[in-house]
Structure formats: C-alpha cells, structure tokens
Design a binder for this molecule. Structure first.
Ligand SMILES: [Zn+2]
Length: 199
C-alpha cells in the first residue's frame, strides 16, 4: 500500500517536471529578441494577445482594448484606434498602421510597464492640409510627414520621463524617434531610423 503510494507520488513528480520543461521550450520559441546590426530589435510575440490603453487627454476619449488576438489584428479594434488617432483639426479619420501600435506596446514592455499603463495620444493621423498648416506655424512639423501616412504618433506616459522613453525607443531601431522637452512628449514613427533635435 505504502509502496504504491510512493510510486504514485514519484509519477506525479515526474509528470510535473515534464510539464515544466515543455512550458520552458514554448516560451523559448516565442522569444522576443532578434539580433540586428548595431543592437537588439524587439519583435512582437506572434502568439500573445496585444492590449493597449489609449487616451486623448484633451477630449478624455479613452480606449482599453485587445487589438491583436489569435495571431491576427482585430479590424474592429483597429477601426476604434483610427477614430481616436483622427485628425481633430480637419475632422478626418486616417488609417493607422498596426505596427505603430506594436511599437508602443513593445516600448511599454521594454520599460517594464504593465499593459494597464495609459498612453496619452497628443497627435496621430494628420491630413496633408493640417500638416502643411503646422509646418507654417512651427518648423518642427516639417519632419513629421509620417503622420500623414498613419505611421507616426506623438505621445507621453504620465509619470514617465519622455527622455527615458525616447532613449529606449531609439535602441529598438524601428524608425524615427524624437523627444520634445517642452511638452515631455515623444514622437515615434515607422520611417527611417533617425533622430533630430527639438525644443
Ligand atoms: Zn510627431
């Protein structure tokens, strides 16, 4: 009786070990770091769901959603993101590249912040007319044409230093990154890997 019990215990322990090693190899396959020239570049985990919390501070519009699930971008969630990222001056909705949202999510991971962290979106999509207008008022907008294509976003995270966010974003080598000290916001885009000085 006792021997049978011990045998069963041993079997349970062994099964537990096998289970653990299987889990380990699976998470290994879903590893996020890919070696690149000049540094490591993050790639989104293809399996895991991607969630984000977005806020347009001026209007208070807020989204808390899963935009990527079961290996696919959710078109309805992306439509909601397009609306939040709209050009509010021209009242025009553009198409936001899902990889831009992935960029934000991966910046969040690199910073070790939880999925519940709120991204304050200051500017997303811009119509050509709005961008031209901004360029006239403020020279800083000249390099921001990626907003026209839905490939750029200006954002900040409360209580997190924008400079630190921009430094992390630069190491990821996904596109353009710039820090705006006057408003503590960061611009990231999916264009060429570059940075520029701003006020
Ligand atoms: Zn920008």
């Amino acid at each position: 009786m006792t021997r049978t019990f011990l045998f069963l215990m041993l079997l349970v322990a062994l099964t537990g070990c096998l289970g653990a090693s299987d889990g380990g190899s699976r998470s290994g396959m879903a590893g996020k770091l890919v070696k690149q020239y000049g540094g490591e570049k993050t790639r989104p985990d293809k399996v895991a769901e991607r969630r984000i919390v977005l806020l347009h501070p001026k209007s208070g519009e807020r989204l808390n959603l899963t935009y990527y699930t079961q290996g696919q971008y959710d078109p309805d969630a992306m439509k909601k993101i397009d609306v939040l990222f709209r050009d509010r001056n021209a009242n025009e909705i553009g198409k936001i590249d899902p990889e831009l949202i992935d960029y934000l999510v991966d910046i969040r991971s690199r910073l070790g912040l939880p999925p519940s962290v709120v991204f304050e979106i200051l500017s997303g999509y811009r119509s050509q007319a709005s961008n031209d207008k901004l360029r006239l008022i403020n020279g800083q907008a000249a390099k921001e044409s990626f907003h026209i294509h839905g490939w750029a976003v200006d954002f900040r995270i409360k209580k997190v230093n924008g400079k630190a966010i921009s430094e992390i974003a630069k190491t990821m080598q996904r596109g353009g990154v710039s820090y705006y000290p006057s408003s503590n916001h960061v611009h990231v885009d999916l264009g060429n890997i570059r940075t520029w000085a701003t006020k």
